[in-house]
Design a protein around this ligand. Structure first.
Ligand code: G3I
Length: 448
């Protein structure tokens, strides 16, 4: 979608955003036992990294939509994905994630604008002056496209070296532009989207050590000179070689005391069972103890798609079952996963989720599909709504029975109302765009 069209789309779909907000409100009212709603009760978001190519998987999307209140595109906003050749921006995969998040009332973290990795080779071959121009154009290109849609951007990622020196990492930016590239990136970012929180993001900075000291000094310097910076991201990739540091809370607090928010941005902890659960508890408790720790993001929905899948570091296993670590996080957030809670197996509560994907797309239209998944009890019928942007119209709908009122369709089953616990069905529809490429909003699913 073009930059202009994205902004127009936002303006034209205020109703959709309102519908998404209603969906989110319904989520939190009915589900005090999800990570996102429990974190909201603490004034925090609870997010996950998302990969666009998994959004068509019903269990993946059902878990995402039920549990999380913020998403970070795992790879889709990186330089190689968004500007593979100079001046040619490609936003398709990132747009799919942002559209999905908005349809569910979730926030989006932007990751990442200036990073030495996943950097197309053309960037590394530029001379200093051209590189500076290209860096600023890249920031403007991404932030302009998503202006007003991203709550926090990782403006610069991983600019400091590992090891004890606290030195800057070698990269085309560091090597050709010198230390000043970081503040230049932040100044450009502030002008590009003044509403977005601007973060510096790094790993192995989670405890007090030489690397985090170097980042601390930079943030202190930025604050003293008025360089725009709002937050520091602590990636928090932990395993036995890099355990949760004992001074994690203290480290978050000292950054917060500089006058920036802190966010846990890529949390995962290798392990299993109660030991893994205990480590997750430490992280959540540390964030909750620091008032400027505004939210946490785990680096993926399910172990099977983790970048460290062999270490099973996430909250849901490969079958999307909640792990002890999930229950520990929920409990630390003040939520309740006790048997008998609404949504738990065996409590008799009939429930379902509705998840939207675009399955085909052409210039004048698209096909949408809504997957209905029963909750922990078998159901005999379901109802959901699909709210279209005002310009769009539906020309046909299959495997469901629609009732239309203005641009809202209420859809009930045709032959496919009966679903076993956890089972899915879907209905599809063809839409004429009539000039609007925006996604429809899918309402709460009601089961009987
Ligand atoms: O999409 C291609 C696919 O077409 C190809 O067949 C396949 C073959 O290798 O590669 C696929 O791309 C991979 C991509 O993930 C998508 O799965 C890349 O090889 C792989 O390198 C890439 O890894 C990502 C990694 O960043 C790259 O640095 C991980 O998914 C992503 O989780 C990881 O995330 C980083 C954060 O951005 C920054 N902090 C550390 C964190 C973990 O490394």
């Amino acid at each position: 979608m073009s930059m202009t069209l994205r902004r127009l789309t936002r303006a034209a779909t205020a109703g959709l955003v309102a519908a998404a907000a209603l969906t989110a409100a319904a989520h939190s009212a009915e589900a005090a036992d999800t990570l996102g709603s429990a974190a909201a009760g603490q004034g925090r978001y609870f997010g996950t990294a998302v990969a666009a190519n998994h959004l068509g998987e019903a269990d993946y999307t059902a878990t995402l939509d039920r549990e999380f209140s913020s998403v970070t595109p795992e790879n889709e906003m990186k330089w190689d994905a968004t500007e593979p050749s100079r001046g040619t921006f490609t936003f398709g995969s990132a747009d799919r994630i942002v559209d999905h998040a908005q349809s569910q009332g979730m926030d989006v973290r932007g990751h990442t604008l200036v990073w030495h990795s996943q950097l197309p080779s053309w960037v590394g071959s530029l001379g200093a002056s051209d590189l500076r121009t290209a860096m600023n154009a890249h920031i403007n290109g991404l932030m302009g496209h998503y202006k007003g849609e991203i709550h926090s951007w990782d403006v610069v990622n991983e600019a400091f070296q590992d090891g004890g020196s606290g030195a800057r990492r070698s990269s085309p930016f560091q090597d050709k532009l010198g230390n000043g590239f970081i503040e230049e990136a932040f100044r450009t970012a502030r002008a590009a989207d003044p509403a977005a929180k601007l973060c510096y993001n790094d790993y192995n900075t989670d405890g007090v050590n030489a690397k985090s000291n170097a980042v601390y000094d930079m943030v202190e310097d930025f604050k003293s000179r008025g360089v725009p910076i709002d937050c520091v991201g602590f990636q928090s990739h932990f395993n036995s070689n890099s355990p949760v540091p004992s001074d994690y809370r203290q480290n978050l607090q000292r950054f917060a005391d500089l006058g920036v928010d802190v966010q846990i941005t890529e949390l995962d902890i290798e392990g299993s069972g109660s030991a893994q659960a205990a480590d997750y508890t430490k992280v959540v408790e540390a964030c909750l103890a620091v008032s400027r720790c505004t939210g946490m993001t785990v680096w993926g929905v399910t172990d099977k798609y983790s970048w460290r899948s062999g270490g099973t570091p996430l909250l849901f296993d490969g079958n999307y079952q909640e792990k002890p670590a999930h229950d520990a996080v929920l409990s630390a957030l003040g939520g309740s996963g006790d048997p008998g809670d609404p949504g738990d197996p065996g409590d008799g509560t009939l429930s379902c989720t509705a998840t939207y994907t675009r399955t085909a797309d052409w210039s004048s239209g698209y096909n949408g599909q809504v997957t209905i998944t029963a909750g922990d009890e078998p159901i005999s019928s379901w109802t959901t709504t699909v709210t279209l942007p005002a310009q769009q119209s539906v020309s046909s709908l299959w495997n469901g029975t629609p009732t239309r009122s203005g641009n809202v369709m209420t859809v009930r089953p045709s032959w496919n109302g009966t679903l076993a616990a956890g089972a899915s069905t879907s209905f599809g529809f063809t839409v004429a765009k009539n000039g609007s490429d925006a996604a429809p909003a899918v309402g709460t699913c009601t089961a009987s």
